[in-house]
Design a protein around this ligand. Structure first.
Ligand code: NAP
Length: 291
C-alpha cells in the first residue's frame, strides 16, 4: 500500500491516477475540504486528516509500504513543509516503510535565506538522507500544469503577466512525466538513495512562454512585464497585517528572482535512469488545451 500526501494536488492527483492504473493499492491523505471524489472513484482509499496533526500522520502511516510526500504548504512552511515531513519520515521508520519519495524543489540547496519553503525542503532532505530509509528526493523545476490557467487566460485576453527578469532561464517539466518519475522511483534501481533535479527537455527564457502560448492559440502575445519591486512593495504592505503571508511571499519572490533550470546532462541522466523521453512543454500544453 502506498500513502500519498497532497493527493489532490497537481502532482499528487496524477500520482494516484497512475498508481491506480497500475492496480496498486493507494491511501490518499486528504482534508475534509479537499476535492477528492475522483480519487475515490479510481479506487483509492481515502484518509481524511490534517498534516498539521501528528496523530493523523501516525494513523495514516499504519500498514504502509511506500510513502510519497507530495503535499504543499499553504504558506505554512514550518508546519507542512518541515514538521509534517519529519513526522512522515519518523512514521516510515516505525512502520518499516520500504521506500520514501520526497518532492523537494530545484534550488533547495542554494541557501536562499528569505525562502522558508526552500529551507524546510533542504532540512527535510538532510533528515531523510540520514534516516536509514531507502529514499528518492526529486527536485522539480516549475510544473507545466501551473501554466494551464495562465494559458486559458491568454486564450481569452492575449495578455501575459511576467514579473521580474524576462531573460531568466527555466526548464518546466510535464507534470505527467514527473508523476511517472515519482511512481517509478520506488522500483528503479538508479533512483534509490538519489537526489535528482527534474526539469523538462528544453531550457527556456521566461519570455519564451508567452511566445509558446501565441503559437498554440495563433495569437500575438501582449506581455506586461512588471518589475520585482512590485512584489517587494506588496510584501511590505502585507507585513503590516499578515506576517505569515509576508513570509510566504519570500518564497514566491525567490522563485521569481532566480533561475530554475536543469542542465542537458541532468536531463540526459534522468531519461537514462527512468528510460523514457521527457515531453516538451508545448506538447503538454497542446494535450491539455486540446489544440
Ligand atoms: N508547483 C510547482 O511548480 C512546484 C515546483 C517544485 C516543487 N513543488 C513541490 O511539489 C509539491 C506538490 O506541489 P503541487 O503544485 O502539486 O501542490 P498543490 O497543487 O499546491 O497541492 C497541494 C496539496 O497539499 C495538500 N495540503 C495542503 N495543506 C494540507 C494539510 N494541512 N493537510 C493535508 N493536505 C494538505 C492540498 O490539499 P487540498 O486539496 O485540501 O488543498 C493539496 O493536495 C509541493 O511540496 C511543492 O513544494 C512544486
Amino acid at each position: 500500500m502506498f500513502l500519498v500526501t497532497g493527493a489532490t494536488g497537481g502532482i499528487g492527483r496524477r500520482v494516484v491516477r497512475l498508481l491506480r492504473q497500475r492496480e496498486q493499492s493507494v491511501r490518499s491523505f486528504v482534508r475534509l475540504t479537499s476535492r477528492y471524489s475522483e480519487l475515490e472513484h479510481r479506487g483509492a482509499e481515502i484518509f481524511i486528516g490534517d498534516l498539521r496533526l501528528e496523530k493523523d500522520i501516525q494513523k495514516a502511516s499504519q500498514g504502509i509500504r511506500y510513502i510519497i510526500s507530495a503535499h504543499g504548504s499553504d504558506g505554512d512552511a514550518l508546519s507542512l513543509d518541515y514538521r509534517a515531513n519529519i513526522e512522515l519520515i519518523d512514521q516510515a521508520k516505525v512502520n518499516g516503510v520500504e521506500h520514501f519519495v520526497f518532492i523537494s524543489v530545484l534550488g533547495a540547496d542554494r541557501g536562499y535565506e528569505d525562502a522558508p519553503t526552500f529551507k524546510a525542503k533542504r532540512a527535510v532532505e538532510q533528515y531523510l538522507e540520514g534516516s536509514g530509509l531507502n529514499y528518492t528526493i526529486l527536485r522539480p523545476a516549475g510544473l507545466a500544469s501551473n501554466l494551464l490557467p495562465l494559458a486559458e487566460r491568454f486564450r481569452e485576453t492575449e495578455l501575459y503577466l511576467l514579473i521580474g527578469d524576462r531573460k531568466n532561464r527555466t526548464s518546466i517539466v510535464s507534470t505527467d512525466d514527473l508523476a511517472r518519475i515519482v511512481v517509478d522511483s520506488v522500483a528503479v534501481e538508479g533512483a534509490r538513495n538519489q537526489i535528482l533535479p527534474v526539469g523538462g527537455p528544453e531550457i527556456f527564457l521566461r519570455e519564451d512562454i508567452p511566445k509558446i502560448f501565441g503559437r498554440i492559440f495563433n495569437k500575438e502575445p501582449v506581455v506586461i512585464n512588471s518589475p520585482l519591486f512590485v512584489i517587494d512593495g506588496l510584501r511590505s504592505a502585507l507585513g503590516l497585517f499578515n506576517p505569515q503571508g509576508q513570509t510566504a511571499l519570500g518564497t514566491y519572490r525567490t522563485l521569481l528572482a532566480n533561475e530554475f533550470f536543469c542542465t542537458k546532462e541532468e536531463i540526459a541522466n534522468l531519461e537514462a535512469i527512468f528510460n523514457f523521453q521527457l515531453e516538451t512543454l508545448e506538447s503538454f500544453l497542446r494535450r491539455y488545451l486540446a489544440v
